[in-house]
Design a protein around this ligand. Sequence first.
Ligand SMILES: CC(C)(COP(=O)(O)OP(=O)(O)OC[C@H]1O[C@@H](n2cnc3c(N)ncnc32)[C@H](O)[C@@H]1OP(=O)(O)O)[C@@H](O)C(=O)NCCC(=O)NCCS
Length: 174
Amino acid sequence: MLELIKRSPAYVDGYREYCSELYDHGVVWFRPTDPAFIDDTWFARTESWYSRKEQGLIEGQPKSIHYWAIDGDRFIGEFQLRTEFPPRVTEDIGSIGIAVRVSEWGKGYGTEILRQGLQLAKAHGMEKALYTVSEENAASIRICEKLGGQYADTIEAYNDAEGRHRMRRYWFTL
Ligand SMILES: CC(C)(COP(=O)(O)OP(=O)(O)OC[C@H]1O[C@@H](n2cnc3c(N)ncnc32)[C@H](O)[C@@H]1OP(=O)(O)O)[C@@H](O)C(=O)NCCC(=O)NCCS
């Protein structure tokens, strides 16, 4: 059964495998940690950085809460929640970051992570959440629309990984 949990040292090996799968597949729609950085000391080295990020204390980074998706002892993917709406959120990354390891695509995990993630967003006091997605990302558009995301508009967007692209924005009412 899929669960969203806070980051945990027990799942670091699975997290590294997940990051490697996305890197090796050349995924640009979600950039995980470079797997080369994830060694035995990585969790301890980065713990305070993530804690400060969750409190919105990292300059240039929106406040962002990180969850890992696991099924039993298998690492499946992740869910990131941005609870505020600075321009970086509204014009680029949205309230929600979601990814599933490539070897588990197409099994319903993405839908379930988003479903549980929207419940978490509500539990964090959010009344609405913005989902931003490249026009070319058909699987992500599908899970968003399937769970009731309301299409708002399509804008021209830019980030280093994707370059210039057309990005759809959807709202979830929570
Ligand atoms: C987007 C992502 C999270 C989906 O995860 P997943 O576990 O494969 O999702 P699910 O299995 O729950 O559902 C995928 C849906 O997309 C559909 N789909 C997949 N590829 C598709 C395509 N090329 N065209 C149309 N629909 C497609 C599937 O049929 C399924 O819909 P269904 O349930 O109606 O059959 C996953 O592909 C991923 O991690 N992608 C890379 C990171 C990313 O793009 N994140 C989102 C950024 S906005």
